[in-house]
Structures are given as C-alpha cells and as structure tokens.
Design a protein around this ligand. Structure first.
Ligand SMILES: CC(C)(COP(=O)(O)OP(=O)(O)OC[C@H]1O[C@@H](n2cnc3c(N)ncnc32)[C@H](O)[C@@H]1OP(=O)(O)O)[C@@H](O)C(=O)NCCC(=O)NCCS
Length: 168
C-alpha cells in the first residue's frame, strides 16, 4: 500500500495518541485531546497511513482571532517514515484545502534544541519563498513555572492568497 495522506477521522484518535508517544520530544496529550484533533479540528489536521498503520500526523487549527493563520500544534512522523518529506507534505496537504484559502501565515512554537523541527519549518519557509521570524513566546519560568523549556513562536509568511496578493 502506498503512503496515503488525508483528513483524519475520530477513529484515528487512539492510533495518533500512540504515534505521539513514540515520537519524543513531543509532549503527549490525553487521548481525548487527540480525539478532538481528529474530529473538531480534522479539517486543519492531516494524517498519513501505510500498510502498517498511521505513519504521520499534523495537528493544526486556525486561532479564532487570526483567521489568516494556520497554527501547527504538533508534527509527528514515525521513525520508519522520516526523511521522505512526509512532514512537509502533510502541512502542504492542509494548506491546499478550502478551509485554508485565507491562510497567509503559518505559526508554530519550537524549543531551541529541536533541530529537526527548526529544519522542517525553515524548509517550509524556503519552499514558499516566505520570511520566517521567531521570538520567545511561552517562557520557561513565566509560563511553565520552570518545568518546560521556552517555546519560541515561529511565524512564516505571508504566503500569496488565491488572488495572488502577498503583501503583509
Ligand atoms: C520533525 C519530524 C516531524 C520531521 O519529519 P520528516 O517527515 O522526516 O521531515 P521532512 O522529511 O519533511 O523534512 C523537512 C525538512 O527538515 C529536515 N529535517 C528533518 N529531520 C531533520 C533532522 N533530524 N535534522 C536535521 N534536519 C532535518 C529535512 O532535511 C528537510 O529539509 P530540506 O527540505 O531542506 O531537505 C520528525 O523527525 C519527527 O516526528 N520528530 C519527532 C517529533 C518532533 O520533534 N516533531 C516536531 C515538533 S512539532
């Protein structure tokens, strides 16, 4: 079976939960959270499957106050699927949907030491001819009470809209 990319459904939630647990350094969430991602947020999330099961998953949403932003929450590709541009293709799959026709920016947060994640989002900016800016966002002491490394907000864009307008 070739790798298939598409919209997740609620019956994928448990397998997504297992995938996230197998992809450190990602934080696991409750299985209920993954069920919501695969149902309420399915239109801005993407799943990849092969004959062995779930191979990759991207959870995302459009922040209510920022309809031109796709916020990418987590990206996970099983070790057997890495290095094939799967993470990048999953994000492109989301961006190509009608739900995202007004999206002009991608945002995500990354810890300073997650080299694979920085490489992924720098690659997305480069391929989209878009700028990438970043700044500390959720900070170790102020937000996480010392229990988690600072998450840096990464903002990529603007991407052209359907009308071809790419002004910021
Ligand atoms: C990060 C992760 C999703 C990448 O998945 P992937 O499908 O292998 O990534 P891609 O093949 O789409 O690679 C995208 C770009 O990132 C680069 N990249 C991917 N993994 C990398 C790594 N470990 N080190 C350096 N660069 C890396 C690729 O070379 C590619 O860059 P290019 O376009 O310049 O060639 C995957 O390694 C993973 O699940 N890691 C554990 C969870 C995690 O850290 N998720 C990200 C935080 S949300």
């Amino acid at each position: 079976m070739p790798v298939e990319l598409g919209v997740p459904s609620s019956t994928d939630g448990a397998a997504v939960h297992a995938l996230i647990a197998a992809c450190p350094p990602l934080d696991t969430n409750s299985m209920y959270c993954n069920l919501l991602q695969c149902s309420h947020f399915a239109g801005t999330s993407a799943i990849a499957r092969d004959a062995e099961g779930v191979l990759g998953f991207v959870s995302g949403y459009r922040p209510p106050a920022q309809p031109d932003v796709l916020f990418v929450w987590q990206v996970a590709v099983a070790p057997r699927g890495r290095g094939q541009r799967l993470a990048g293709r999953l994000i492109e799959d989301i961006l190509g949907r009608p739900e995202c026709r007004r999206v002009r920016f991608i945002e995500t947060t990354i810890t300073a030491d997650n080299e694979a994640s920085w490489a992924l989002f720098r690659s997305i900016a480069r391929r989209g001819n878009a700028e990438l800016h970043h700044a500390p966002h959720f900070e170790r002491d102020e937000h996480f009470l010392g229990s988690h490394a600072t998450e840096h907000l990464v903002r990529i864009g603007p991407f052209p809209t359907d009308s071809g307008d790419s002004n910021a």
